[in-house]
Design a protein around this ligand. Structure first.
Ligand code: AMP
Length: 286
């Protein structure tokens, strides 16, 4: 069945209330559209676990910096609708900007200091404030039981987990593993900015992570040496420029010195490849 397309909050509330009256649990996948198989995996997981599945498509202006790609972010509604249908969404919420920000700038924001200020947050100041605030607003509209986020945006899902814990938001957060192209590149709406040559070069992120994983599996215990492996591999690609290569505690993102001490570690990368800013990460072997 083709999903309902809702533009107003009232339409969402009505359908969700009906679903709840039928005794269905509500699963929710917030997105910015330009959907791909990564998003589809989130929707499929929600479909498998919940009675009623909502996907939102909203390119949220407040999470983009002044020189970022808000205005050229791809908007591909017809194809998004097909992907939502194929992956089993019941309702697509496509609000206008004015529906989410009716009175212009807000007076209330959600900040998750610390976690929001490092890595992505240090390069994109205000980004996570925009994300956390709009996700809480959207939770207030959809009122889901469970919300699904991608591991690809590792720091984001940690921040949102922290937000729901700190604010007693009754939504369970589920993190879904990163979906990749056959050559390892993490799927991203921003991959479509890459020309064919840059697309090949973009493989270097997942290759660097694979090399780090191999080193750790072979016994490497120095987080610094793993950072070096990551950085050198990115720097070996002339079309890529490294923004950060970090090895951190998987729960707190605190930079680690030693691996194999029982703390789960995550390797996180950001690099520019041509016009695209790409991120990727991998949980390192124990
Ligand atoms: P976006 O539309 O880029 O804001 O992403 C919406 C959701 O899809 C976020 O929770 C992302 O982490 C998730 N997502 C994006 N790319 C992938 C991917 N390759 N694999 C899994 N989840 C993804």
């Amino acid at each position: 069945m083709s999903p309902i397309v809702a533009v107003t909050i009232a339409e969402v509330s009505k359908s969700v209330a009906q679903a709840k009256r039928r005794g269905q649990s509500v699963g929710y996948v917030p997105t910015m559209g330009a959907l791909h198989r990564g998003h589809a995996r989130l929707v499929e997981q929600a479909r498998g676990e919940c009675g009623f599945v909502v996907v939102s498509i909203f390119v949220n202006p407040t999470q983009f910096g002044p020189n970022e790609d808000y205005s050229r972010y791809p908007r591909t509604f017809e194809s998004d609708r097909e992907i939502c249908q194929e992956s089993g969404a019941d309702l697509i919420f496509v609000p206008e900007r004015e529906t989410i920000y009716p009175a212009g700038p807000l007076s209330t924001y959600v900040e998750v200091p610390g976690l929001s200020d490092i890595l992505e947050g240090s390069i994109r100041p205000g980004h996570f404030r925009g994300v956390a605030t709009v996700v809480l607003k959207l939770f207030g509209v959809v009122i889901p039981d469970t919300a699904y986020f991608g591991q690809k945006d590792y720091q984001q899902q940690l921040i949102l987990r922290r937000m729901v814990t700190d604010l007693n938001v009754p939504v369970e957060i589920v993190t879904v593993p990163t979906v990749r192209e056959s050559d390892g590149l993490a799927m991203s709406s921003r991959n479509r900015y890459l020309n064919p040559e840059e697309r090949v070069a973009a493989r270097v992120l997942s290759q660097a992570l694979a090399e780090a994983e191999t080193a750790v599996s072979a016994g490497e215990r120095s987080a610094d040496r793993v950072r070096q492996i990551l950085a050198r591999r990115i720097e070996s690609e002339p079309l890529a420029s490294l923004e950060y290569a970090e090895v951190a505690d998987a729960a707190t993102l605190e930079p680690l010195r030693d691996l194999g001490t029982g703390r789960r570690a995550v390797a996180l990368l950001a690099a520019r490849v041509g016009p695209a800013r790409l991120i990727d990460n991998a949980i390192l072997p124990n």
